[in-house]
Design a protein around this ligand. Sequence first.
Ligand SMILES: Cc1ncc(COP(=O)(O)O)c(C=O)c1O
Length: 373
Amino acid sequence: MPIVPKFARPREGDRGRRAGPASTVGQVKGFASDNNAGAHPEVLAALAEANAEHATAYGDDPWTARAKELLRAHFGKQSVSYLVFNGSAANVLCFRALCRPWQSVICTAQAHVNVDEGGAPESLAGVKLQAVQTHDAKLTPEHVEWQLDRLGDQHAVQPRLVSVTQSTELGTRYEPYELHALAHFAHERGLLLHVDGARLANAAAGLDVSLREITTDVGVDAVSFGGTKNGLLMGEAVVFCDPVHAEGFAFLRKQTLQLASKGRFLASQFVALLEGDLWRRSAVHANAMAARLADALLSVPGVRLTQPVQANGVFAILPPGATERVRADWRFYTWDESTSEVRLMCSWDTTPAEVDAFAADVAHAGETARTGA
Ligand SMILES: Cc1ncc(COP(=O)(O)O)c(C=O)c1O
């Protein structure tokens, strides 16, 4: 018998005020969030295997050693990585490591760090966020330049870090040359580049490049590399592409309450994700489901896509009246109440049948709303 929380509200890092159905367990899967998917069976198998014996705590175990080795293989042999429980902590820890108290982080207005981390960057990392309005959740060197007019002025907060999200909160992604341009510009002006890579795997899969080619190779300094949205039970990695930025990080992680005692259970999941091609396989699948969903919705009269579909999310405006009708059977969020834009996320376990059934329901709901039948 599934347990149905009575008064649960939308979660998964999504703002509660966004319209969506109450959380339920056992309901049809839907497109609310890639965090709503469970853990991949290969990850669960790796966890079971790591559970067989005792192992030394706090990361001094063979799984952590192997996970770090794999992260070096994926991000460059000079890189240094640390595992943490969740993505907000990975971001906050990057900010703590890279910024001093008088410094700031330039990000987009849509950035998760700006709108979905409960003020943790400001409160826990003690940095000011300089949020830039963009139409596609992507920063350019020009956006950054506009924030630098008071560099060296002791009365003004001093920008230190540019933080971009790859793939972005609006399902768009940066090309490698765009990241390279940002890194080059940031470094020229004495700043560093951080990537919130909660969905880095989806970007790499979509671009058909390695993780390294969109981070270390283009000049990124630090990455919050996501595992949870790509099939882990939980777990993210903080990756410093250049070890110089990792100094003291073990102490910061402990002080920020992110050092797992049974570290092997974070690490064994990363081993499962990175040893073979699970990270890419899952991301390719989620992206393919989003592309299929976008295609199917585009054939429905009255549907408009609001962003290019470049990862595992589809942002769209559905035909008048359709959103509320399909919401009875499907989970998803209204992203922008003012335009009725909805966000539809696909995950490693989204099936073609679910995509097709949802699109058919949107078509039916749109037709019903139009004809009043
Ligand atoms: C872009 C982005 N960054 C980071 C996170 C990590 O959030 P959490 O702290 O919930 O793991 C999320 C999750 O929704 C996200 O979408």
